[in-house]
Ligand binder design. Sequence first.
Ligand code: NAD
Ligand code: UDP
Length: 385
Amino acid sequence: MVVRLDLDGNEIKAIKICMIGGGGFIGSHLCETLMWETNHTVLAIDVYSDKIDHLLQEDTPWANRISFYQANITLDPRVNDFIKDCDLTINLAAICTPADYNTRPLDTIYSNFVDAIPVVKCCSENKKRLMHFSTCEVYGKTLGSYLPADDPRRNEPEFYVLKEDDSPCLYGSIEKQRWSYACAKQLIERLIYGEGAENDLKFTVVRPFNWIGPRMDFIPGVDGPSDGVPRVLACFSTNLLRREPMKLVDGGKSQRTFLYIKDAIKAVMLMIDNPGRANGHIFNVGNPTNEASVKELADVMTEVYSKVTGLPKLPQPTVEVSSLEFYGVGYDDSDRRIPDMNLIQKQLGWNPETSLNDLLEVTLDYQHKTYADSIAQSMNSSKAA
Ligand code: NAD
Ligand code: UDP
Protein backbone atom coordinates (compact mmCIF):
# COMPACT_ATOMS: atom_id res chain seq x y z
CA MET A 1 0.00 0.00 0.00
CA VAL A 2 1.27 3.52 -0.82
CA VAL A 3 2.43 5.66 2.08
CA ARG A 4 -0.46 7.78 3.32
CA LEU A 5 0.26 11.31 4.53
CA ASP A 6 -1.69 13.39 7.04
CA LEU A 7 -2.77 16.97 6.39
CA ASP A 8 0.62 18.21 7.63
CA GLY A 9 2.60 15.97 5.30
CA ASN A 10 3.62 13.37 7.90
CA GLU A 11 3.40 9.64 7.26
CA ILE A 12 0.32 8.07 8.84
CA LYS A 13 1.37 5.14 11.04
CA ALA A 14 -0.91 2.09 11.23
CA ILE A 15 -2.93 2.01 14.46
CA LYS A 16 -5.27 -0.40 16.23
CA ILE A 17 -8.88 0.75 16.53
CA CYS A 18 -11.49 -0.57 18.94
CA MET A 19 -14.81 0.17 17.22
CA ILE A 20 -17.79 -0.23 19.54
CA GLY A 21 -21.04 -0.45 17.57
CA GLY A 22 -18.92 -1.31 14.52
CA GLY A 23 -21.63 -3.57 13.10
CA GLY A 24 -24.12 -0.76 12.49
CA PHE A 25 -24.77 1.56 9.56
CA ILE A 26 -21.90 4.03 10.09
CA GLY A 27 -19.60 1.32 11.49
CA SER A 28 -20.01 -0.85 8.40
CA HIS A 29 -19.02 1.97 6.02
CA LEU A 30 -16.13 3.02 8.26
CA CYS A 31 -14.84 -0.58 8.46
CA GLU A 32 -14.97 -0.84 4.66
CA THR A 33 -12.87 2.30 4.18
CA LEU A 34 -10.41 1.28 6.90
CA MET A 35 -9.92 -2.12 5.26
CA TRP A 36 -9.86 -0.96 1.64
CA GLU A 37 -7.80 2.23 1.97
CA THR A 38 -5.56 2.01 5.07
CA ASN A 39 -3.27 -0.29 7.05
CA HIS A 40 -5.13 0.25 10.31
CA THR A 41 -6.38 -2.73 12.30
CA VAL A 42 -9.98 -2.89 13.57
CA LEU A 43 -11.57 -4.81 16.40
CA ALA A 44 -15.30 -4.34 15.82
CA ILE A 45 -17.57 -4.99 18.80
CA ASP A 46 -21.31 -5.28 18.33
CA VAL A 47 -24.32 -7.45 19.04
CA TYR A 48 -24.76 -7.99 15.29
CA SER A 49 -22.32 -8.48 12.42
CA ASP A 50 -24.56 -8.93 9.37
CA LYS A 51 -23.65 -5.49 7.92
CA ILE A 52 -19.91 -6.30 8.06
CA ASP A 53 -19.97 -10.04 7.38
CA HIS A 54 -18.66 -9.35 3.84
CA LEU A 55 -15.48 -7.91 5.43
CA LEU A 56 -14.97 -10.81 7.83
CA GLN A 57 -14.30 -13.52 5.25
CA GLU A 58 -11.00 -15.40 5.58
CA ASP A 59 -9.95 -15.06 1.94
CA THR A 60 -9.69 -11.24 1.87
CA PRO A 61 -6.42 -9.27 1.70
CA TRP A 62 -7.34 -7.56 5.00
CA ALA A 63 -8.30 -10.74 6.87
CA ASN A 64 -5.56 -10.27 9.49
CA ARG A 65 -6.54 -6.63 10.10
CA ILE A 66 -10.18 -6.99 11.13
CA SER A 67 -11.84 -9.08 13.79
CA PHE A 68 -15.33 -9.12 15.23
CA TYR A 69 -16.18 -9.65 18.86
CA GLN A 70 -19.86 -10.30 19.49
CA ALA A 71 -20.87 -8.62 22.73
CA ASN A 72 -23.29 -6.33 24.45
CA ILE A 73 -20.86 -3.84 26.00
CA THR A 74 -22.98 -3.46 29.13
CA LEU A 75 -22.52 -7.14 29.98
CA ASP A 76 -18.96 -7.82 28.90
CA PRO A 77 -15.99 -6.89 31.12
CA ARG A 78 -13.53 -7.70 28.30
CA VAL A 79 -14.39 -4.43 26.58
CA ASN A 80 -12.02 -2.60 28.95
CA ASP A 81 -9.16 -4.93 27.95
CA PHE A 82 -9.86 -4.26 24.27
CA ILE A 83 -9.80 -0.49 24.82
CA LYS A 84 -6.50 -0.76 26.69
CA ASP A 85 -5.04 -2.85 23.88
CA CYS A 86 -5.95 -0.33 21.13
CA ASP A 87 -4.66 3.15 20.22
CA LEU A 88 -8.05 4.64 19.47
CA THR A 89 -11.59 3.78 20.58
CA ILE A 90 -14.50 4.84 18.38
CA ASN A 91 -17.83 4.56 20.18
CA LEU A 92 -20.82 4.30 17.86
CA ALA A 93 -23.04 2.13 20.07
CA ALA A 94 -26.43 3.67 20.72
CA ILE A 95 -30.16 3.40 20.46
CA CYS A 96 -30.67 6.08 17.82
CA THR A 97 -34.09 5.63 16.21
CA PRO A 98 -36.54 8.42 17.18
CA ALA A 99 -39.46 5.97 17.55
CA ASP A 100 -37.64 4.64 20.64
CA TYR A 101 -36.96 7.96 22.36
CA ASN A 102 -40.48 8.54 23.66
CA THR A 103 -41.55 4.87 23.91
CA ARG A 104 -38.33 3.45 25.49
CA PRO A 105 -36.86 6.49 27.25
CA LEU A 106 -35.04 4.41 29.87
CA ASP A 107 -33.30 2.20 27.30
CA THR A 108 -32.50 5.35 25.31
CA ILE A 109 -30.93 7.16 28.27
CA TYR A 110 -29.04 4.09 29.48
CA SER A 111 -27.73 3.32 26.02
CA ASN A 112 -26.66 6.86 25.14
CA PHE A 113 -25.39 8.00 28.53
CA VAL A 114 -25.00 5.36 31.23
CA ASP A 115 -23.54 2.62 29.00
CA ALA A 116 -21.06 5.05 27.45
CA ILE A 117 -19.62 6.19 30.81
CA PRO A 118 -17.30 3.17 31.37
CA VAL A 119 -15.89 3.62 27.85
CA VAL A 120 -15.09 7.28 28.53
CA LYS A 121 -13.57 6.49 31.92
CA CYS A 122 -11.49 3.61 30.58
CA CYS A 123 -10.07 5.84 27.82
CA SER A 124 -9.38 8.64 30.27
CA GLU A 125 -7.72 6.46 32.92
CA ASN A 126 -5.57 4.64 30.37
CA LYS A 127 -4.66 7.71 28.31
CA LYS A 128 -6.32 6.31 25.19
CA ARG A 129 -7.75 8.48 22.46
CA LEU A 130 -11.58 8.47 22.17
CA MET A 131 -13.75 9.38 19.20
CA HIS A 132 -17.34 9.52 20.41
CA PHE A 133 -20.42 9.70 18.20
CA SER A 134 -22.95 12.21 19.47
CA THR A 135 -25.68 13.79 17.34
CA CYS A 136 -26.86 17.04 15.75
CA GLU A 137 -29.93 16.52 17.89
CA VAL A 138 -28.05 17.92 20.92
CA TYR A 139 -28.96 21.34 19.50
CA GLY A 140 -32.68 20.47 19.82
CA LYS A 141 -34.87 23.16 18.29
CA THR A 142 -33.65 26.34 16.61
CA LEU A 143 -33.84 29.72 18.31
CA GLY A 144 -36.00 30.85 15.37
CA SER A 145 -38.64 28.24 16.17
CA TYR A 146 -39.52 30.21 19.29
CA LEU A 147 -40.21 33.37 17.27
CA PRO A 148 -43.67 34.15 15.82
CA ALA A 149 -44.16 32.43 12.42
CA ASP A 150 -44.02 35.74 10.51
CA ASP A 151 -41.02 37.19 12.38
CA PRO A 152 -38.39 38.20 9.76
CA ARG A 153 -35.55 37.22 12.15
CA ARG A 154 -36.39 33.58 11.38
CA ASN A 155 -34.50 34.13 8.11
CA GLU A 156 -31.35 35.36 9.83
CA PRO A 157 -28.66 32.64 10.11
CA GLU A 158 -28.05 33.32 13.81
CA PHE A 159 -31.59 32.08 14.47
CA TYR A 160 -31.21 28.74 12.67
CA VAL A 161 -27.56 27.87 11.82
CA LEU A 162 -26.15 25.47 14.44
CA LYS A 163 -22.63 26.29 15.62
CA GLU A 164 -20.60 23.98 17.86
CA ASP A 165 -19.24 26.55 20.31
CA ASP A 166 -22.08 29.02 20.22
CA SER A 167 -25.58 27.61 19.71
CA PRO A 168 -27.61 26.69 22.79
CA CYS A 169 -29.29 23.29 23.32
CA LEU A 170 -33.06 23.89 23.31
CA TYR A 171 -35.33 21.00 24.28
CA GLY A 172 -38.99 20.61 25.15
CA SER A 173 -40.37 19.79 28.59
CA ILE A 174 -39.61 16.49 30.37
CA GLU A 175 -43.05 15.16 29.30
CA LYS A 176 -41.80 15.45 25.72
CA GLN A 177 -39.72 12.30 26.04
CA ARG A 178 -38.44 12.70 22.49
CA TRP A 179 -35.64 14.71 24.07
CA SER A 180 -34.38 11.80 26.21
CA TYR A 181 -31.88 10.95 23.45
CA ALA A 182 -30.64 14.51 22.89
CA CYS A 183 -30.29 15.10 26.61
CA ALA A 184 -28.39 11.82 27.18
CA LYS A 185 -26.04 12.62 24.29
CA GLN A 186 -25.53 16.14 25.61
CA LEU A 187 -24.58 14.84 29.05
CA ILE A 188 -22.08 12.31 27.67
CA GLU A 189 -20.55 15.13 25.60
CA ARG A 190 -20.23 17.20 28.76
CA LEU A 191 -18.63 14.27 30.59
CA ILE A 192 -16.12 13.79 27.76
CA TYR A 193 -15.40 17.50 27.61
CA GLY A 194 -14.89 17.53 31.39
CA GLU A 195 -12.52 14.54 31.20
CA GLY A 196 -10.59 16.47 28.55
CA ALA A 197 -10.41 19.60 30.69
CA GLU A 198 -9.62 17.96 34.05
CA ASN A 199 -7.85 14.72 33.12
CA ASP A 200 -6.41 15.51 29.70
CA LEU A 201 -8.53 12.93 27.83
CA LYS A 202 -7.71 13.15 24.14
CA PHE A 203 -11.13 13.19 22.50
CA THR A 204 -13.04 14.06 19.35
CA VAL A 205 -16.84 14.31 19.40
CA VAL A 206 -18.75 13.87 16.13
CA ARG A 207 -22.21 15.35 15.61
CA PRO A 208 -23.67 13.67 12.50
CA PHE A 209 -26.38 15.61 10.66
CA ASN A 210 -28.68 12.98 9.06
CA TRP A 211 -26.09 10.77 7.35
CA ILE A 212 -27.88 8.47 4.95
CA GLY A 213 -27.08 5.75 2.43
CA PRO A 214 -27.15 2.00 1.84
CA ARG A 215 -27.43 -0.31 4.88
CA MET A 216 -29.13 2.34 7.02
CA ASP A 217 -31.41 0.76 9.64
CA PHE A 218 -33.72 -2.02 8.46
CA ILE A 219 -36.77 -2.78 6.38
CA PRO A 220 -39.58 -3.81 8.77
CA GLY A 221 -40.63 -7.43 8.33
CA VAL A 222 -37.58 -8.24 6.13
CA ASP A 223 -34.43 -7.65 8.19
CA GLY A 224 -36.04 -6.04 11.22
CA PRO A 225 -39.17 -6.39 13.34
CA SER A 226 -42.41 -5.99 11.34
CA ASP A 227 -43.71 -3.42 13.86
CA GLY A 228 -40.33 -1.58 14.07
CA VAL A 229 -40.06 2.06 12.98
CA PRO A 230 -36.65 2.95 11.50
CA ARG A 231 -35.40 6.45 10.57
CA VAL A 232 -37.04 8.34 7.71
CA LEU A 233 -34.88 6.96 4.87
CA ALA A 234 -35.80 3.37 5.70
CA CYS A 235 -39.45 4.27 6.45
CA PHE A 236 -39.86 5.91 3.04
CA SER A 237 -37.86 3.15 1.30
CA THR A 238 -40.23 0.57 2.83
CA ASN A 239 -43.25 2.53 1.59
CA LEU A 240 -41.78 2.79 -1.92
CA LEU A 241 -40.87 -0.91 -2.02
CA ARG A 242 -44.34 -1.89 -0.82
CA ARG A 243 -45.98 0.53 -3.29
CA GLU A 244 -47.82 2.36 -0.50
CA PRO A 245 -47.90 6.10 0.30
CA MET A 246 -45.11 7.59 2.42
CA LYS A 247 -46.37 8.94 5.74
CA LEU A 248 -45.65 12.61 6.38
CA VAL A 249 -45.59 13.16 10.11
CA ASP A 250 -47.43 16.39 10.98
CA GLY A 251 -47.40 17.30 7.28
CA GLY A 252 -43.64 16.75 6.74
CA LYS A 253 -42.79 20.39 7.47
CA SER A 254 -39.63 19.72 9.49
CA GLN A 255 -36.41 20.37 7.62
CA ARG A 256 -33.22 18.32 7.57
CA THR A 257 -29.89 18.47 5.77
CA PHE A 258 -28.88 15.07 4.38
CA LEU A 259 -25.27 13.94 4.05
CA TYR A 260 -24.18 10.98 1.94
CA ILE A 261 -22.52 8.36 4.12
CA LYS A 262 -19.47 8.13 1.82
CA ASP A 263 -18.84 11.88 2.22
CA ALA A 264 -19.28 11.53 5.96
CA ILE A 265 -16.74 8.70 6.18
CA LYS A 266 -14.15 10.93 4.51
CA ALA A 267 -14.62 13.40 7.37
CA VAL A 268 -14.25 10.64 9.97
CA MET A 269 -11.09 9.36 8.25
CA LEU A 270 -9.56 12.86 8.43
CA MET A 271 -10.29 12.89 12.17
CA ILE A 272 -8.74 9.45 12.66
CA ASP A 273 -5.61 10.33 10.70
CA ASN A 274 -5.10 13.87 12.03
CA PRO A 275 -5.36 13.65 15.83
CA GLY A 276 -3.43 16.88 16.30
CA ARG A 277 -6.14 18.75 14.41
CA ALA A 278 -9.15 16.78 15.63
CA ASN A 279 -8.45 16.28 19.34
CA GLY A 280 -10.30 18.51 21.77
CA HIS A 281 -12.96 19.38 19.21
CA ILE A 282 -16.67 18.77 18.73
CA PHE A 283 -17.42 18.67 15.00
CA ASN A 284 -20.65 19.23 13.08
CA VAL A 285 -20.55 16.84 10.11
CA GLY A 286 -23.31 17.61 7.64
CA ASN A 287 -24.18 19.01 4.22
CA PRO A 288 -25.87 22.43 4.50
CA THR A 289 -26.57 22.52 0.75
CA ASN A 290 -28.72 19.36 0.89
CA GLU A 291 -31.57 20.89 2.86
CA ALA A 292 -35.10 19.57 2.29
CA SER A 293 -38.32 19.45 4.24
CA VAL A 294 -39.53 15.91 4.90
CA LYS A 295 -42.26 16.52 2.32
CA GLU A 296 -39.61 17.58 -0.23
CA LEU A 297 -37.55 14.50 0.63
CA ALA A 298 -40.61 12.33 -0.09
CA ASP A 299 -41.12 14.09 -3.43
CA VAL A 300 -37.48 13.58 -4.49
CA MET A 301 -37.54 9.95 -3.36
CA THR A 302 -40.71 9.38 -5.41
CA GLU A 303 -39.06 10.77 -8.55
CA VAL A 304 -35.75 8.97 -8.03
CA TYR A 305 -37.35 5.61 -7.19
CA SER A 306 -39.40 5.78 -10.36
CA LYS A 307 -36.25 6.64 -12.35
CA VAL A 308 -34.06 3.82 -10.94
CA THR A 309 -36.76 1.11 -11.12
CA GLY A 310 -38.78 2.19 -14.16
CA LEU A 311 -41.95 1.78 -12.06
CA PRO A 312 -44.69 4.41 -12.40
CA LYS A 313 -45.30 6.84 -9.54
CA LEU A 314 -48.31 6.14 -7.31
CA PRO A 315 -51.30 8.44 -7.92
CA GLN A 316 -51.05 9.48 -4.25
CA PRO A 317 -47.38 9.15 -3.18
CA THR A 318 -47.83 10.62 0.34
CA VAL A 319 -50.39 10.80 3.17
CA GLU A 320 -50.33 12.99 6.25
CA VAL A 321 -50.39 11.46 9.73
CA SER A 322 -50.22 13.07 13.15
CA SER A 323 -47.11 12.53 15.26
CA LEU A 324 -49.37 11.16 18.01
CA GLU A 325 -50.64 8.46 15.65
CA PHE A 326 -47.19 7.69 14.21
CA TYR A 327 -44.88 7.94 17.26
CA GLY A 328 -47.28 8.07 20.24
CA VAL A 329 -47.37 10.35 23.28
CA GLY A 330 -44.26 12.43 24.05
CA TYR A 331 -42.99 12.92 20.50
CA ASP A 332 -41.62 16.32 19.53
CA ASP A 333 -39.42 17.39 16.63
CA SER A 334 -36.36 19.40 15.64
CA ASP A 335 -37.66 22.02 13.24
CA ARG A 336 -34.51 22.65 11.20
CA ARG A 337 -30.87 21.52 11.18
CA ILE A 338 -28.30 23.55 9.25
CA PRO A 339 -24.73 22.83 10.39
CA ASP A 340 -22.19 25.61 10.60
CA MET A 341 -19.20 24.21 8.71
CA ASN A 342 -16.46 26.65 9.67
CA LEU A 343 -14.75 24.48 12.28
CA ILE A 344 -14.47 21.31 10.20
CA GLN A 345 -13.33 23.32 7.17
CA LYS A 346 -10.69 25.13 9.21
CA GLN A 347 -9.35 22.12 11.12
CA LEU A 348 -9.65 19.39 8.47
CA GLY A 349 -10.40 21.11 5.17
CA TRP A 350 -13.40 18.84 4.69
CA ASN A 351 -16.39 19.66 2.47
CA PRO A 352 -19.29 17.42 1.44
CA GLU A 353 -19.64 16.65 -2.26
CA THR A 354 -22.73 14.60 -3.08
CA SER A 355 -26.10 16.18 -3.92
CA LEU A 356 -29.33 14.87 -2.43
CA ASN A 357 -30.46 13.65 -5.83
CA ASP A 358 -27.23 11.73 -6.49
CA LEU A 359 -27.09 10.13 -3.05
CA LEU A 360 -30.71 9.05 -3.33
CA GLU A 361 -30.09 7.49 -6.74
CA VAL A 362 -27.34 5.26 -5.34
CA THR A 363 -29.27 4.49 -2.18
CA LEU A 364 -32.65 3.70 -3.73
CA ASP A 365 -31.00 1.57 -6.38
CA TYR A 366 -29.37 -0.38 -3.54
CA GLN A 367 -32.67 -0.61 -1.59
CA HIS A 368 -34.52 -1.91 -4.65
CA LYS A 369 -31.88 -4.48 -5.61
CA THR A 370 -31.51 -5.66 -2.00
CA TYR A 371 -35.12 -5.81 -0.90
CA ALA A 372 -37.62 -5.86 -3.79
CA ASP A 373 -37.80 -9.66 -4.06
CA SER A 374 -38.14 -10.26 -0.31
CA ILE A 375 -40.83 -7.58 -0.06
CA ALA A 376 -42.75 -9.12 -2.97
CA GLN A 377 -42.55 -12.57 -1.35
CA SER A 378 -43.69 -11.32 2.05
CA MET A 379 -46.58 -9.38 0.49
CA ASN A 380 -47.65 -12.41 -1.56
CA SER A 381 -47.55 -14.74 1.43
CA SER A 382 -49.60 -12.35 3.58
CA LYS A 383 -52.15 -12.07 0.72
CA ALA A 384 -52.36 -15.88 0.51
CA ALA A 385 -52.82 -16.28 4.30
P1 NAD B 1 -26.82 1.97 14.09
O1 NAD B 1 -27.98 1.66 14.96
O2 NAD B 1 -26.81 1.41 12.72
O3 NAD B 1 -25.46 1.56 14.81
C1 NAD B 1 -25.32 1.44 16.20
C2 NAD B 1 -24.73 0.07 16.49
O4 NAD B 1 -24.46 -0.02 17.89
C3 NAD B 1 -25.70 -1.07 16.15
O5 NAD B 1 -25.10 -2.00 15.28
C4 NAD B 1 -26.02 -1.70 17.49
O6 NAD B 1 -26.20 -3.11 17.44
C5 NAD B 1 -24.77 -1.33 18.30
N1 NAD B 1 -25.02 -1.32 19.73
C6 NAD B 1 -25.97 -0.62 20.41
N2 NAD B 1 -25.89 -0.89 21.73
C7 NAD B 1 -24.87 -1.78 21.88
C8 NAD B 1 -24.33 -2.44 23.01
N3 NAD B 1 -24.81 -2.25 24.25
N4 NAD B 1 -23.30 -3.29 22.82
C9 NAD B 1 -22.79 -3.51 21.57
N5 NAD B 1 -23.28 -2.91 20.46
C10 NAD B 1 -24.31 -2.05 20.62
O7 NAD B 1 -26.71 3.57 14.03
P2 NAD B 1 -25.72 4.50 13.19
O8 NAD B 1 -26.54 5.35 12.30
O9 NAD B 1 -24.61 3.72 12.65
O10 NAD B 1 -25.21 5.49 14.35
C11 NAD B 1 -23.97 5.33 15.01
C12 NAD B 1 -23.80 6.47 16.00
O11 NAD B 1 -23.93 7.74 15.35
C13 NAD B 1 -24.81 6.49 17.14
O12 NAD B 1 -24.16 6.86 18.32
C14 NAD B 1 -25.81 7.54 16.74
O13 NAD B 1 -26.41 8.15 17.87
C15 NAD B 1 -24.92 8.52 16.00
N6 NAD B 1 -25.69 9.30 15.01
C16 NAD B 1 -25.93 8.84 13.76
C17 NAD B 1 -26.66 9.61 12.86
C18 NAD B 1 -26.88 9.23 11.44
O14 NAD B 1 -27.15 10.11 10.66
N7 NAD B 1 -26.77 7.98 11.03
C19 NAD B 1 -27.19 10.84 13.27
C20 NAD B 1 -26.96 11.27 14.56
C21 NAD B 1 -26.20 10.50 15.42
N1 UDP C 1 -40.70 11.18 9.42
C1 UDP C 1 -41.84 11.15 8.61
N2 UDP C 1 -42.30 9.93 8.18
C2 UDP C 1 -41.69 8.76 8.47
C3 UDP C 1 -40.52 8.81 9.30
C4 UDP C 1 -40.07 10.05 9.75
O1 UDP C 1 -42.45 12.19 8.31
O2 UDP C 1 -42.16 7.71 8.02
C5 UDP C 1 -40.16 12.51 9.84
C6 UDP C 1 -39.90 12.70 11.34
O3 UDP C 1 -41.08 13.11 12.00
C7 UDP C 1 -38.82 13.77 11.33
C8 UDP C 1 -38.03 13.48 10.06
O4 UDP C 1 -38.87 12.64 9.26
O5 UDP C 1 -39.43 15.05 11.19
C9 UDP C 1 -36.69 12.78 10.26
O6 UDP C 1 -36.88 11.63 11.04
P1 UDP C 1 -35.74 10.56 11.34
O7 UDP C 1 -36.41 9.37 11.94
O8 UDP C 1 -34.90 10.30 10.17
O9 UDP C 1 -34.83 11.19 12.49
P2 UDP C 1 -34.44 12.64 13.00
O10 UDP C 1 -33.89 13.40 11.86
O11 UDP C 1 -35.70 13.27 13.56
O12 UDP C 1 -33.44 12.36 14.06
